[in-house]
Design a binder for this molecule. Sequence first.
Ligand code: NDP
Length: 485
Amino acid sequence: MSEFDYDLFVIGGGSGGVRAARVAAGEAGAKVALAEEDRYGGTCVIRGCVPKKLMVFASEYADVVEDARNYGWDLKEGAFDWAGFKDRLNTELDRLEGVYRTLLKNSGVASFDARAKVKDAHTVELSTGETFTAKHILVATGGRPVRPDLPNADLGIVSDDIFHLPKLPKSILIVGGGYIACEFACILNGLGVEVTQIYRGAQILRGFDEEARGLIADSMKERGIDLHLGTDIVEMRCATEDDLAGHAEGRISMGTPMHEDAALHPVSDKRDGPIWVKATNGRSRVFDAVFFATGRAPNTVDMGLEELGVKLGRKGEVIVDDYSQTAVPSIYAIGDVTDRVNLTPVAIREGMAFVETVFKGNPTKVDHDLIPSAVFTQPEFGTVGLSEEEAREQEPVEIYSTSFRPMQTAFAGRSDRVMMKLVVSKATRKVLGCHIVAPNAGEMIQLAGIAVKMGATKEDFDRTVAVHPTMSEEIVTMRKPVRTA
Ligand code: NDP
């Protein structure tokens, strides 16, 4: 008999926590419990990747009718029904949450619908008042969106709220230039919302390949997103009657002229009324909603971790070693709460590596190198490896890049451009980075990512016969570098 109630107690029922729990129980035969204070599935399934991607799909139908007409179909435009979509979305999320609960149950994991805190190195205390001991504790509590430190910032919504809006706003200000800001700028623009986006930096999607960022920003503007770079929010409050009158007359404007019908709802105290916003460029404007996509913070507040000696970083992230072990040997942490690479498949891998290490006697580090990822903007962005700028810092490189109008949308009369780019080491000929801006670039980069991860050279790409006619064939037909550096 073990001296503990459980071999493993997992705190957090998101992708990483659920995977670790069910593999430890199902494959390694451990006695496992898991506590989740909210819905099972976590950020990715309930308020992130999954509902976001369904909204991407919904928004992409905006172009379908016109494109189809240009292909000879006699179709009529209709309106987007947010309430109908949201009903179907909620049904799907309920289904997925059920799947997660069933997976845990079928693996023999005891699950608790409660908030958990760590009481000592081997004890977890639940909000129900129960306490349990465990040989190992795994913290997989994820992260949460943060608003900037600005008076009245609580008037703005964050990504968690977007899926619950009773109706879509007519106009929205999106603050930020990262994944979430850019993805939702495109989604909401596609769904017919008048979108203004402000970002404090010089170009959106900081850290990614500059050429790709430039093309995405240009495409977003061309699709009607009013994007202002080098701009931040300085003041916000509920709009007054005077603001609304000025707004309707066009006296108040962030950039482009106002639509006459925008934002003329009755003024109310909190988030459901129009919001007056002033930006660093000195302009002000009224929006139906303000959306802060200004980053996320790890969920470590009031968990009892620091008191026990678990080291936290500047953002509150749990500091772990290569095996996801914290400064307290019986406590491990995986996923966004560790703020390493904040992506669902990475959290899952960290969970699997934890189980290998702790329960299967096979110490396994997570490989955080060359992780392919996609940003679901329109057009989509798929990327793996080094950006041109990062690679040039590291070693001499050749750049192969092409940008063109793809057949499908060009025929439909659209001016959309796509980009395929390879960053190649001059010395080893290895492809150090692959960047694709195109419809379905996420699907393409998953496959290109295998080649890059295997260490494929430019000549390996060249030896591969093109699949014709496709967009992605360009990735194997670029013969001459556009520049060397
Ligand atoms: P990001 O860190 O990507 O972006 C945050 C943005 O907000 C940046 O543009 C940042 O500017 C800006 N910002 C931060 N603080 C302030 C402030 N006080 N005032 C004004 N602007 C501010 O975070 P996200 O929330 O977009 O996404 C979080 C993470 O979730 C991502 O890093 C990613 O790992 C993951 N994710 C992945 C997705 C995918 O794989 N498709 C989709 C969505 C999220 P600056 O650049 O100047 O710091």
